[in-house]
Design a protein around this ligand. Structure first.
Ligand code: PEP
Ligand code: MN
Length: 341
């Protein structure tokens, strides 16, 4: 059970809740978050009187479990269930009527290569440019990204095209550096459970694109987002990028049912990544259509001018022409869903 205190409560209010719990035979601990104070009931010998706790001064609510209550944002879902509109740079957003398409290479390889892709995806209608400068690779012998020079190239691409930059941060000590260049910080699948990194992203102001760990349940995914929001940053977009199953014809199984389920449980916008979600380029367009049809607010798509020569994830990358065909093919789905592209 957790007792959520109202903003502005004093140490005395919290102490009274602790004393009340103690009188009920329960041990508790106080957690101080940017969003406010929370008292967790650690162990109870007897009956904990919920009503008495809820009635205590400056108690906001009493919840049965340590659940993602900020991400659920019940107050605004009661007032119409609207999706939060998270900025995607200064010109676009994810979660509004207009679909946000973020496209680009898996890894930043060189300035020339990046600028060519950026110009093409912009022309095709993307509003964000993706590209990793810090790459989480399965093998330590694979290309790990260009680091800060890669971030500089991304910033150049933004200058030239106006596209918002989405790029991954892997380490707490890099959050400030990456936030200096990026419009949106990506926390990758491998780091969804890295609670210190999530909290560090919550303490800065750039929006966060949080990818679901391939082994995570929806509950764990939402609680990971809660780590960011609880530190004071409400601008999180949740990215479904496929989960690991017994299946072998795809790299991951794109679990699209999660899209409407996230919409039901939270107000955060949802981005679907059909590139990592399938791992094969010919499945990227149909799964993009399907993502839009089931309510996704945005897409994250890997694009390369020569996928066979990409330094990472070439098998799932679209060529520039394939990407522009995908954007055209999305239009009837966007129309049917009353979304703009
Ligand atoms: C990526 O977007 O390039 C990436 C590494 O994705 P994921 O974290 O989903 O594997
Ligand atoms: Mn990739």
């Amino acid at each position: 059970m957790i007792v959520v205190m109202k903003p502005g409560c004093t140490a005395e209010h919290v102490a009274r809740v602790e004393a009340l719990l103690s009188s009920m035979g329960a041990e508790s601990c106080v957690l101080d978050r940017a969003c406010g104070k929370v008292v967790e009931v650690l162990a109870a010998n007897g009956h904990v009187d919920r009503e008495a706790l809820a009635a205590a001064e400056m108690v906001d609510r009493v919840l049965d479990r340590a659940e993602p209550f900020l991400v659920a944002d019940n107050s605004s879902s009661q007032s119409g269930g609207s999706t939060r509109e998270v900025p995607l740079g200064s010109q676009a957003s994810i979660g509004g009527r207009r679909l946000g398409v973020i496209a680009g290479p898996c890894s930043v390889e060189s300035e020339r290569h990046l600028l060519e892709i950026a110009a093409a995806v912009k022309e095709a209608g993307a509003s964000g440019l993706r590209g990793g400068a810090f790459k989480p690779r399965t093998s330590p012998y694979s290309f790990q990204g260009l680091g800060e020079p890669g971030l500089e190239m991304l910033a150049r691409a933004r200058e030239e095209t106006g596209l918002a930059i989405v790029t991954e941060v892997m380490r707490c000590e890099h959050v400030e550096l990456v936030a200096r260049y990026a419009d949106v910080l990506q926390v990758g699948s491998r780091n969804m459970h890295h609670t210190h990194l999530l909290a560090a992203c919550g303490r800065q102001s750039k929006p966060v694109l949080l990818k679901r760990a391939w082994c995570a349940t929806l509950e764990e995914f939402l609680l990971a987002a809660e780590y960011v929001v609880a530190e004071g940053n409400p601008n999180v977009m949740l990215c479904e990028r496929g989960i690991r199953t017994h299946e072998t014809y795809v790299r991951n199984t794109l679990a699209l049912a999660v899209v409407p389920e996230i919409k039901r449980r939270s107000t955060l916008p949802v981005v679907v990544d059909p590139s990592h979600g399938t791992g094969v380029s010919h499945l990227v367009a149909p799964m993009s259509n399907a993502a839009l049809a089931c309510g996704a607010d945005g897409l994250l798509i890997e694009v390369h001018q020569c996928p066979q020569k990409a330094w990472s994830d070439g098998e799932q990358s679209l060529s520039l022409d394939q990407f522009s065909a995908l954007m055209e093919g999305l239009q009837p789905f966007a129309d049917a869903c009353q979304r703009e592209l």
